[in-house]
Write a protein that binds this ligand. Sequence first.
Ligand code: BEZ
Length: 182
Amino acid sequence: MLRAFIPQATRIGTRSFHASRMNCIAVGELLPNVKVQIDSPANEVSSRDFFKRNKRAVLIGVPGAFTPGCSKTHVPSYLTAYSELKQKGVELVACVSVNDAFVMKAWGESLGVEDKIKMLADPRAEFVKSLDLAFDATGVLGSVRSKRFALLIEDAVVKKLYVEPDNTGISCTLAQTVLKDL
Ligand code: BEZ
């Protein structure tokens, strides 16, 4: 069918990867139903189902596994805040990056996330593109990557959204910011 040859993902200026949405996912929207991987490429889960299982969840998106800011500052802020997040009703903390599942698993082990943070792999960037939270990081990291973001999610619906204005900085997406809003 002709429709099959019409690209679904178009880039309009720097604003959007998806023709259907001009801006990133918004508060009140249901998460898209896109496959992400946990621990191995064979273990795929639907993003919507995964977050529906938990009443309240925090998902962070990061530009890359093992990058200095993500490894030394961003993810560790959620490990430090983990008990407080749990006390405030967060049942699931997850981290997604455009990396393969083996890398995400190794990165989680190196950070000592144990069962506290679920490490989700989005190797083809399909999930972050579906949120319109992807950006072209070809020059630095070799591919499209996730903007640095944090989402507070309840029953798979976005309740709060934090996106770094320069895509990769660490200003408004730390656990301390999310905690203040809980
Ligand atoms: C980081 O350190 O988090 C980072 C480094 C390069 C590109 C994006 C992020």
